[in-house]
Design a protein around this ligand. Sequence first.
Ligand code: NAD
Ligand code: HSO
Ligand code: ZN
Length: 431
Amino acid sequence: MRRLVWSELDEAGRVAALARPASRRDPALVDGVRAIVDKVRGGGWTALADEAMRIDGAMPQRVAVADIAARARRDLPPADLAAIELAAANIDRFHRAGLPNEVAVETMPGLVVRKVWRPIERVGLYVPGGRTPLFSTLLMLALPARAAGVGEIVAVTPPRPDGGLDPLVALAADLAGIEAVWTVGGAQAIAALAFGAGPIPRVDRICGPGNAWVAEAKTLVAGLPGGPAIDMPAGPSELMVIADAGADPRLVAADLLSQAEHDAAAQVMLVTHAPALADAVEAEVARQLAPLPRRDIAAASLAAARVLLVGGDDEAAAIANAYAPEHLSLAVAEPRALLARLANAGAIFAGRAAAETFGDYLAGSSHVLPTDGAARAWSGISAMSFMKSITVQEVTAEAARAAAGPAAALARLEGLEAHARAADLRAEAAA
Ligand SMILES: NC(=O)c1ccc[n+]([C@@H]2O[C@H](COP(=O)([O-])OP(=O)(O)OC[C@H]3O[C@@H](n4cnc5c(N)ncnc54)[C@H](O)[C@@H]3O)[C@@H](O)[C@H]2O)c1
Ligand SMILES: N[C@H](CO)Cc1c[nH]c[nH+]1
Ligand SMILES: [Zn+2]
């Protein structure tokens, strides 16, 4: 981990200290994604099958989940099944509680403006699965989508090395009421969801995280004519930990490694005013890294990790707000005081007992969160990600008479005579 003293950095040094790993937007990757998307968009199913075979060595298949899920239920140790069911129940409860309320305001006597919410008709869910199938991500997407009342869910995930569907992804899908999952991943899956490919229908919105290929493809298709909406930029994982002198270096190191193990392009940061804590965390990271099964990935990620030494809480909060991390852990004695100063993060873990891993699996909030600084303006997945609001105007004759004059005046001030007449005629019709 590279250690930097914040007060010694000039502006350029600070920007560099908070830069995301360059590998996330490697020009070759961007060109590669564009080529895949163009090909699938133009060539439909045949092109999709070609790309899927070339990149992942398997034909996309629609796999019905019921039988695989039933087998997984039988084979899983009961405690593991109970853990999955606990996670599903917490996620479902949290997201149902967060469903938006309708609004109705009588802005003038007899003129009521309402805001009603409707689910998006058809959504695509991307469940990452290149290195390890993230069945938890399926729950984090599908349960909020179900709570929102989405009509049709098209779920995709990369194939296993044998071309099949991971049993735990099938089980998670079954728990969330999804009948089938397509075994296709990467930029080619995003292109298929965006524009349709044979039996894979185009969707209105694509939600879900992924590696740099997936994240780049989502941003690209959202900007193309006729492309779908997307949830947010959600690429390789990030964690910033703000720790005080009393933080437990073992816990801080464990949390940093938990996100570093996701991807060589994941990024972790430690922000502290205590050099002795920084020393202890670095020693712990080295000690805990060695026995990890994914130590090579975590070690590659640690190359872009930073330790930032700061003067105190004000500087730490300013750095967090500038970096806008996907995950922000507050390993401090008084997290509430710090929380009040924080504005930009996908999810915050407040206090020493709060664990990013709890958020990844079972606290109830979705772990699908904005990365790459997008938390400055975007939120993580919730039921609202799968809904849109529509405003409705209801007007009595009396209100029409009262509103017509001012509305016509405003229209004439803008030089829009047809608008003004539409208002005047309402007043006449209501007379
Ligand atoms: N931001 C979030 O909310 C969030 C949540 C969960 C996971 N994640 C991230 O999701 C990612 C999961 O990554 P993953 O790789 O395991 O799975 P993935 O499903 O995102 O990507 C795997 C696919 O990428 C494509 N791909 C990989 N290398 C390629 C290449 N050289 N050329 C063309 N295509 C290529 C392949 O089609 C492969 O199937 C990690 O970066 C993790 O940090 C983020
Ligand atoms: N930390 C990831 C989001 O960046 C989500 C995840 C899934 N499984 C484990 N972790
Ligand atoms: Zn994680």
